[in-house]
Design a protein around this ligand. Structure first.
Ligand code: UD1
Length: 351
């Protein structure tokens, strides 16, 4: 079986790390990068540190509006799929790269495998939620990371299997690395990331977030690797901050920061889970989460309305003594189960 895997952003690359290497031993595999993320520290560095082969092609679509980015990816990918003739196109998660990959393949009559399918946060205005829903409904093989995701897929009548979360497999595998080497000087710190459209596309919300961080700097070191989108919007809105921001960090450094932090404050879905698995309390800068399990287990506190006071209250309120559990996310066996699902599909469909 020939599988064409589409990635385009940091989270797509880190998600497929172990899975792609395992698939490459069993199947004929091609890796395509859409070019959605293109800065070295948002893309190339991740391939190197995760020991992933560089993509067979980079479609070079770059940044733009959602329609522009999706349309350019689809046009370029259509040509590539035509020449490569894969049996299956595999996408992960909820980015525009994943949507474009799934949509192009489905329109060409090529079956799609969606890894991390069925995830919902309940806010249909978020670009990621739109992408998740569309991808699930056009995919042949939806692989659910949690029981909650499997239940959504069942309710929405999408075909699915429950495999567990490949992010947990990556987390457990790469956590064995020597972290002390990676977090040299930070002690007693809060690890912060902010980049989602809901928080950065309006001056008021972003100003509230940075005002809260400024207050926290009185008591804590804040380690904030700044996403280029947030950097751009801070400048555009003229928002000044006392936080000494740093350049975007790699996957291993991010895991290390997460495990060693007093607390994580974020709007990233993946980081909410990694904080939970690390036993580090997380404050999520949103009233919504795609990972409700982490909230129910006491490891994640949502901010109902983004104001400076509410963020500071959530930081105070966050439970500092919860016990993380891996079982809800498949105990680190998701890569094996995903591989089994792909083998079964191949036997049934590729002779
Ligand atoms: C995307 C995903 C989001 C994911 C995030 C991880 C979608 C809809 N969103 O958001 O779910 O959590 O990636 O980082 O796919 N930029 C650069 N250099 C780069 C990449 C981006 O400067 O290498 C800047 C550009 O100004 C661009 C902006 O960041 O317009 C936003 O990038 P984009 O890829 O559209 O969305 P992300 O915010 O990264």
């Amino acid at each position: 079986m020939k599988i064409l895997t589409v990635v385009g952003t940091r989270p797509n690359i880190t998600k497929v790390a172990l899975l792609y290497k395992a698939m490459a031993k069993e199947f004929d595999c091609i890796l395509v990068h859409t070019g959605q993320h293109y800065d070295k520290n948002m893309s190339k560095d991740f391939f190197q540190e995760l020991d992933l082969p560089m993509p067979n092609a980079n479609l070079g679509v770059g940044s733009g509006t959602h329609a522009g980015q999706t349309a350019r990816t689809m046009l370029n990918l259509e040509y590539f799929i035509e020449t490569q003739k894969p049996n299956l196109v595999l996408v992960t998660g909820d980015t525009n790269a994943s949507l474009s990959g799934a949509l192009t393949a489905a329109k060409m009559g090529i079956p799609v495998c969606h890894v991390e399918a069925g995830v919902r946060c309940g806010d249909v205005s978020q670009p990621e939620e739109i992408n998740r829903k569309v991808i699930d409904h056009i995919s042949t093989l939806n692989l659910a990371p949690t029981l909650t995701a499997a239940e959504y897929l069942k309710r929405e009548q999408c075909p699915y299997s429950l495999t567990g979360d490949i992010m947990l497999d990556n987390f457990l595998f790469y956590s064995r690395k020597d972290f002390h080497r990676l977090t040299p000087t930070y002690k007693g710190f809060i690890y912060v990331t902010v980049h989602r459209a809901e928080n950065t596309n309006g001056a008021e919300r972003l100003a509230h977030i940075f005002a809260a961080l400024d207050v926290l700097t009185k008591e804590w070191n804040i380690v904030l690797p700044l996403h280029p989108r947030t950097n751009k919007m801070l400048k555009q809105y003229g928002i000044k901050t006392k936080v000494e921001v740093i350049e975007p960090v790699g996957y291993l450094q991010s895991l290390s920061l997460t495990r060693n932090a007093f607390m994580v404050i974020t709007d990233s879905g993946g980081l909410q889970k990694e904080a939970y698995w690390s036993g580090t309390p997380c404050v999520t800068l949103s009233p919504y989460t795609a990972w409700r399990e982490t909230v129910d287990a006491g490891g994640n506190t949502l901010v109902e309305e983004i104001t400076t006071d509410n963020i500071l209250r959530a930081v105070k309120k966050a439970d500092k003594n919860f016990n993380p559990a891996f079982s809800m996310f498949g105990n680190g066996e998701a890569v094996g189960k995903t591989l089994n699902a792909l083998k079964a599909w191949s036997r049934a469909n590729c002779g």
